[in-house]
Design a protein around this ligand. Structure first.
Ligand SMILES: Nc1ncnc2c1ncn2[C@@H]1O[C@H](COP(=O)(O)OP(=O)(O)OP(=O)(O)O)[C@@H](O)[C@H]1O
Length: 253
């Protein structure tokens, strides 16, 4: 039997009082054409640290991130943020595999983000410099963002997301098409975000990356969580049959 996390087991985490969860997905369902693509998802996440969401193609990882970002509404279920259902939308940021940047300079992309995230005008200049510095983008600041390399564009997308000082940073395979050096630069930014207190939820198929960054692994299959395990435990001996099958390189059905 897969060790499916039940609502009760997650609630017991909440009730243990060790660290109050910032985010709780409760029985979240997303259906299309009569098929549950996210199928009664129960998951609680602590306020800090990096959680890596793994699972085979089509498991529902991207859908889960989109639901959490408020981009799509689940048909059923609830997402609670610190016990309330109010989504702090300005403090949730989502970065996609393919950066979506404005057809303007790097500087203009970041300025626009600072404005829409409501950073006071008096602070925008200094914050802009911090973001350029953080992303090693100073020399690229006046270049059109869309002509940069894939790795550079993703650095812009990530620091632009950080302009919001997000409490929750959702990352959907942010390095899937990047070379090792560009990947390392993105991983550094992810570590910086986590160290500054953001909760990071990262989707990746890159095991090395998951091992480098994850505090815990959430494994998803057919829109359901099969296990939530420390990263060390998961890569040593996954608890669920689905996790073991995935790591062994076999197809999951
Ligand atoms: N808007 C939609 N309408 C219908 N089906 C959808 C929609 N969005 C996603 N799906 C389907 O839902 C399933 C889960 O998709 P999702 O993109 O969340 O998978 P994933 O785990 O992120 O996969 P991958 O690792 O390949 O990116 C897939 O079978 C996909 O085709």
């Amino acid at each position: 039997m897969p060790e499916t996390h039940t609502r009760e087991s997650h609630l017991s985490v909440i009730e243990s009082g060790i660290e109050p969860p910032a985010i709780a997905l409760q029985d979240v369902v997303f259906e299309r054409q009569g098929k549950a693509l996210v199928d009664g998802l129960n998951l609680t996440l602590a306020a800090h640290g990096t959680t890596v969401l793994m699972g085979p193609n089509g498991a529902g990882k991207s859908l889960t991130l989109r639901i959490m970002a408020g981009l799509i509404a689940p048909g059923q279920g609830k997402i609670r943020w610190n016990g309330t259902e109010t989504l702090p939308s300005q403090r949730v940021a989502l970065v996609f595999q393919k950066p979506v940047l404005l057809r303007r300079s790097v500087r203009a992309n970041l300025k626009h983000a600072l404005k829409i995230y409501g950073v006071p005008r008096s602070e925008q200049g200094q914050r802009l410099e911090e973001l350029l510095e953080m992303g090693h983008l100073k020399e690229l600041a006046d270049r059109p963002a869309r002509v940069l390399s894939g790795g550079e564009q993703q650095r812009v997308a990530l620091v632009r997301a950080l302009a919001a000082r997000p409490k929750l940073l959702l990352l959907d395979e942010p390095t899937a098409s990047l070379d090792p050096q560009a990947t390392a630069a993105i991983e550094d930014l992810i570590r910086t975000a986590a160290a500054s207190g953001a909760k990071v939820l990262l989707v990746t198929h890159d095991r090395g990356q998951a091992q480098r960054l994850a505090d815990e692994i959430v494994f998803l299959n057919h829109g359901r969580v099969t296990e939530v395990t420390s990263a060390a435990q998961f890569f040593d001996a996954p608890r669920s049959r689905e996790g073991r099958t995935y790591l062994s390189g076999h197809l999951l059905f």
